[in-house]
Write a protein that binds this ligand. Structure first.
Ligand SMILES: [Ca+2]
Ligand SMILES: [Ca+2]
Length: 218
């Protein structure tokens, strides 16, 4: 599903949003989570403005192992902080299996705007009825594997499901904190409300296969 919006991607402008993200982490209520690293079962999304605690150690790779996910909605601006088991100072990109047009990593959220599984499509998370996505992505630059800081390769987009694919409609902001082990995203999601549902998702392409962590609510 990603190949379509790679062509439409907008270079993300990386801005500092420390205060917003700090508020996000500390200012939300907690909720039980439901997650699955192979999203074959149906996972329900969480409404915005929650801190969701997730299982640690359920996926092999610490940089995609979600331990909590928080969101706050202000108007149509959605802020998300995904806390991971660890973010190494440098990560190997262009891993075997990463090819032209594929996305190597994703950290983000799939959004069911209208709480209606009949509109939109299945997201990367496996959640149903996804109308928009807010994702930070790492695109392989091809060639030999390279070890780079994550912040140097990430870009963030808002995508909308239309014409049977997710198409980039705007850029978003992404911020990586190695100290906090978080990836923060800030984007404008047209039509989002407190009744929308969010499914948090991470994704890593490796050896022609992929590994995911998905977090929602029960
Ligand atoms: Ca996890
Ligand atoms: Ca929907």
């Amino acid at each position: 599903m990603y190949n379509e919006y790679i062509e439409n991607k907008v270079e993300s402008e990386k801005k500092t949003a420390c205060l917003i993200f700090l508020y996000l982490i500390t200012g939300c209520s907690s909720s039980n989570s439901q997650q699955n690293n192979t999203p074959t079962q149906i996972i329900n999304g969480c409404p915005p403005n929650q801190l969701v605690i997730a299982k640690e150690g359920n996926v092999k790779y610490p940089e995609i192992d979600v331990v909590s996910a928080a969101s706050i909605l202000q108007g149509e601006k959605l802020m998300v902080v995904i806390k991971l088991k660890n973010i190494p100072e440098k990560i190997t990109f262009n891993s075997p299996g990463a090819e032209n047009g594929s996305i190597e990593y994703v950290w983000g959220v799939d959004i069911d705007i209208d709480g209606n599984s009949a509109t939109g499509n299945e997201g990367l998370s496996g959640c149903n009825g996804i109308d928009y996505i807010l994702h930070a992505i790492a695109l392989p630059k091809y060639g030999n594997p390279k070890t780079l800081p994550l912040s140097s390769v990430l870009e963030a987009i808002v995508g909308k499901f239309e014409n049977n694919s997710f198409t980039t409609i705007s850029e978003a902001t992404v911020q990586v904190s190695l100290v906090e082990k978080t990836i923060g995203l800030l984007g404008t999601i047209p039509g989002i409300t407190t009744k929308s549902n969010l499914c948090f998702v991470t994704y890593k392409l490796i050896d022609l296969d992929s590994v995911q962590d998905v977090v929602g609510c029960q």
